[in-house]
Design a protein around this ligand. Structure first.
Ligand SMILES: NC(=O)c1ccc[n+]([C@@H]2O[C@H](COP(=O)([O-])OP(=O)(O)OC[C@H]3O[C@@H](n4cnc5c(N)ncnc54)[C@H](O)[C@@H]3O)[C@@H](O)[C@H]2O)c1
Length: 287
């Protein structure tokens, strides 16, 4: 029996139209090279003062987005904005604690005041490493889970008004498999995955795509207290990764860029695992 689509001959199916994505018309008809993927989009990134959030904010700005950098740390937030504007991009810092519903509301409304709307929201903020390691249930749930729901619930009506948008939630492999004894963090991240799917189902009709990313170990400042306790910790973790390395913030920023952009126009409710193969299985299994 003939397969419906023969991928070996390059047939991609009738809905695949590369021109729709890559050949963007331009006024004088000249080839202007690849279009910036987030041109004129308005993006909010929570917890963007450092680490993964900072990398996402910088990557989005490189691709033409106007970025609202949210963080509770003024110095770090200002430094992300400076990095973007120094490179010729546009960004604005708003200090809003996403665990507080009123603050989340202020974050979204201030963005609308400044830029007119919101096209992209990345829910990335996380409580302190100490609270993660000490199983502080209140702060893990408040920042990771309720922070994500607060910002998402407020941004949905704004996105509805402009005909759609993209929400990217940063979860974790801890929401998928048991790793260490950080139960509150793992439960909060599992909640983020469930929230992603639930909201994706509810808002597909609004053309609002809601996806999440589950990173494996990413080399950011969160590891500093653990490195202080055990300077070899990242080297000890590395053998668990089939790709032979731990991740860098840019690995997650590129995944977030894809999900935020129109290239992911058929992706919603997806759980995008970016973990160097950690959760694919045990590659050292002795057979
Ligand atoms: N680094 C990793 O190994 C790793 C692995 C899997 C998932 N993640 C997830 O990626 C995301 C970013 O991780 P990271 O390593 O960059 O963390 P990070 O601690 O370096 O950055 C988090 C940022 O959030 C800010 N923040 C804290 N509470 C806030 C609040 N209430 N409101 C607004 N901002 C707040 C902090 O000031 C900080 O700048 C988190 O959701 C984390 O759970 C990280």
């Amino acid at each position: 029996m003939k397969a419906k689509y023969d991928f070996s001959k390059g047939e991609r199916g009738k809905f695949y139209n590369p021109k729709a994505v890559f050949n963007i018309p331009n006024p004088d008809g000249k080839d202007v090279g690849p279009k910036m993927r987030l041109n004129n989009k308005i993006a909010i990134v929570t917890g963007a003062g450092r680490g993964i959030g900072k990398a996402v904010a910088l990557r989005f700005a490189e691709e033409g987005a106007k970025v609202v950098v949210d963080d509770v740390n003024d110095i770090n937030g200002a430094s992300t904005v400076a990095a973007i504007t120094d490179a010729g991009g546009e960004a604005l810092f708003i200090n809003a604690d996403v665990s507080d519903a009123n603050e989340a509301e202020r974050l979204i409304s201030s963005t609308v005041d400044a830029y007119g709307s919101v096209d992209i929201l990345v829910n990335n903020a996380i409580c302190s490493t100490a609270d993660v390691l000490n199983n502080n249930w209140e702060s893990n749930l408040a920042v990771a889970l309720r922070g994500t729901s607060h910002c998402s619930e407020v941004v949905v009506p704004v996105m509805q008004q402009v005909g759609g948008g993209s929400i990217v939630n940063i979860a974790s492999v801890n929401g998928l498999i048991g790793l260490q004894g950080i139960h509150a963090y793992s439960a909060a991240k599992g909640g983020v995955i469930a929230l992603t799917r639930s909201m994706a189902v509810a808002h597909g009709k609004d053309n609002i795509r809601i996806n999440c990313i589950c990173p494996g170990t990413i080399q950011t400042e969160v590891w500093e207290p653990m490195i202080e306790r055990n300077p070899q910790i990242l080297d000890e973790i590395t053998p668990w990764y089939p790709l032979g390395r731990i991740g860098q913030p840019i690995d997650i920023a590129n995944a977030a860029l894809f999900l935020a952009s129109d290239e992911a126009s058929f992706a919603t409710g997806a759980v995008f695992v970016i973990d160097g193969g950690l959760t694919a299985g045990n590659h050292q299994f002795p057979i």
